[in-house]
Ligand binder design. Structure first.
Ligand code: ADP
Ligand code: MG
Length: 345
């Protein structure tokens, strides 16, 4: 890193920096009428708009010791797109606001924007504006994402019905185990800076943590099969927490079958190495950015052959509670443990 060029932000100034970050941006969506450069962006769509925002704070949501800046930019967009897809909507625009201390060079901000622009290109989203300011310490990134969908196709959390099947995309718990690896290696590194960082063999789970994707493909598949989920939420805080949100808001109960919860081999084995019960990674780990949704049972056949959608349970009457049916044949109440609860198991 020592030989890399370092340009102080002060040499460009705020307007110079904004200009540099936004000058090569092209708009691809018809609804993006005016992007960065004026007092406000202009969006014109004939459809209802779905809007969401997420803030990422250094030291709270990310650690730059093990997070490459380009990945950070990418992930800051993905977490917002995931929320738009979780409404069964199609993201079209983002706005990005950053607060930066003088610890960061122009080159560093450029790297963050490389990641942001990569996510925009991959998901066909336009960067239409934002805000730039100084921060006394550390880095803060706020992204706003705007999407669209026909009113009848927008899917909420509070509309699951008794008898619906509970489905999830992808596999769970990987991002949490990736974080465990990164934190372990950070610890090794801080204690002995010359020690080599050992990430080999953990590519999948480390990738799940550092470079998540949003499930555009699943939303497109459901659309192609004429399926509108009866309810949907994305998995940012762990399966337990999201199931509880769905059930509480929909006023229903649920049975989640442990044996059906998709967990990748690498996640499973690494959890055992760390003395964590793998199911707890899925239940409480979070940051998987998969989609959890319920379907009317009439649509069950249409998703059966999809390799990346698992049926993991069933929606029940509220009186039956929200239960995990374990591999051992027992029922447990699903509670939201959060991140701290994991290692006690
Ligand atoms: P104002 O003073 O009116 O807030 P700014 O100088 O902050 O205007 O922004 C000028 C233009 O540049 C606006 O269109 C704004 O959306 C855009 N912009 C500012 N900061 C960023 C950023 N970090 N990323 C993308 N666009 C930005
Ligand atoms: Mg501004």
């Amino acid at each position: 890193m020592e030989n890399e060029k370092r340009t102080e932000i002060a040499t460009l100034g705020e307007f110079g920096l904004i200009d540099k970050l936004t000058k090569d941006i092209q708009l691809h969506n018809d609804s993006s009428v005016k992007g960065a450069g004026d007092d406000a962006a202009v969006i014109h769509s004939g459809l209802p708009q779905v809007i969401t925002t997420d803030i990422l704070v250094e030291g709270i949501h990310f650690d730059l010791v093990y997070t490459p800046l380009k990945h950070l930019g990418y992930k800051s967009v993905i977490v917002n797109l995931s929320d738009v897809y979780a409404m069964n909507a199609v993201p079209k625009q983002i706005l990005v606001s950053i607060a930066i201390s003088n610890r960061f060079s122009v080159e560093a901000i450029d790297e963050i924007y490389d990641g942001i622009k990569l996510a925009c290109a991959k998901y066909n989203v336009d960067l239409v504006g934002g805000d730039t300011t100084a921060s006394p310490k550390g880095l803060i990134i706020n992204v706003v994402a705007i999407g669209e969908q026909q009113k009848e196709k927008i899917v909420y959390r509070n509309t699951a019905k008794e008898g619906d099947i509970l489905c999830v995309s992808g596999d769970l718990g990987g991002a949490y185990m990736g974080l465990q690896i990164l934190q372990r290696e950070k610890h090794v590194f801080l204690n002995a800076p010359d020690a080599s960082i050992e990430l080999a063999g953990n590519d999948y789970i480390v990738g799940r943590q550092l470079k998540p994707e949003a499930r555009k493909d699943i939303i497109e598949y459901l659309e192609s099969e004429n399926i509108i989920p009866t309810s949907m939420i994305d998995i940012s805080d762990g399966l337990s927490s999201e199931i509880l949100h769905l059930c509480k808001q929909s006023e229903v109960g649920c049975q989640l079958n442990e044996a059906e919860v998709p967990i990748a081999n690498e996640t499973y084995n690494k959890a055992l190495d760390f003395n964590i019960d793998p199911i707890n990674c899925a239940l409480s780990g979070g940051e998987d950015y998969e989609l959890l949704f319920t379907l009317n049972p009439k649509d069950a056949d249409k998703i059966k052959s999809h390799p990346d959608i698992s049926v993991i349970g069933e929606i029940l009457d509220a009186n039956l509670g929200v239960k995990l049916f374990t591999k051992g044949g027992n029922y447990h109440d699903i509670i939201s443990l959060g991140w701290d609860g994991l290692k006690d198991g």
